[in-house]
Design a protein around this ligand. Structure first.
Ligand code: ADP
Ligand code: S3P
Ligand code: MG
Length: 172
């Protein structure tokens, strides 16, 4: 059944922190699939990235996310999941994709050091280039887009909840 919510968006946009509160407010389960990756691999994300490289990490990320089998859950994957075709196909089948959107300036302020934070940057790619590359994918997959520029986290959560409510009312 297609009754899950799946958050996508840049690292630092709030998929994990907003996701858990939204799940609580809506009486849904919550899964941060980065934690599933760490549990399966018995390594931290940053260790997997160092050991396996970007391609290796994406393979694991795709495999873990495409196998998520839940109902009535908020799912918060890592920001790079939009490169994982099978995982995204699966998420489209089991849920509504919610894109948490923020300007480059807002994200850059939160992520001071992308490499240290474990962001999957290709060799020679700037964080700005990565942002531009990813927004196209976020826009392609989004069923709902919630923009958080100028919002406090509480307002982001409220805006997500009303967008989800409107969508549910419209499909009744
Ligand atoms: N308006 C906002 N919306 C969402 N998160 C916000 C906002 N303002 C500040 N934050 C902060 O940004 C951080 C987002 O981190 P996190 O949830 O780990 O993001 P992600 O899982 O998308 O990488 C949190 O520390 C959160 O408190
Ligand atoms: O966007 C990325 O390249 C990544 C984001 C991280 O998750 P968050 O988006 O939850 O920070 C984590 O999956 C990994 O470090 C790679
Ligand atoms: Mg997260």
């Amino acid at each position: 059944m297609k009754n899950n919510l799946v958050f996508i968006g840049m690292p630092g946009v709030g998929k994990s922190t907003v996701g858990v509160v939204v799940a609580k407010q809506l009486g849904m389960h919550f899964i941060d699939t980065d934690l599933l990756i760490q549990e399966q691999e018995k390594r931290l994300l940053r260790e997997i990235i160092v050991d396996e490289g970007e391609e290796g990490f994406l393979k694991i990320e795709n495999q873990v996310n495409r196998n998520v089998n839940v109902e009535n859950a908020v799912i918060s994957p890592g920001g790079s999941v939009v490169y994982c075709d099978e995982a995204m196909k699966h998420f489209r089948e089991i849920g509504t994709i919610v894109y948490l959107k923020a300007s480059y300036q807002v994200i850059k302020k939160r992520i001071q050091n992308p490499k240290k934070r474990g962001v999957l940057l290709k060799e020679g790619q700037s964080f700005r280039d990565l942002y531009n590359e990813r927004i196209r994918l976020f826009e392609k997959y989004a069923d709902i887009t919630v923009c958080e520029d100028g919002c406090r986290i509480e307002e982001t959560i409220e805006n997500v909840l009303s967008a989800v409510e409107s969508m549910r009312n419209a499909s009744e």
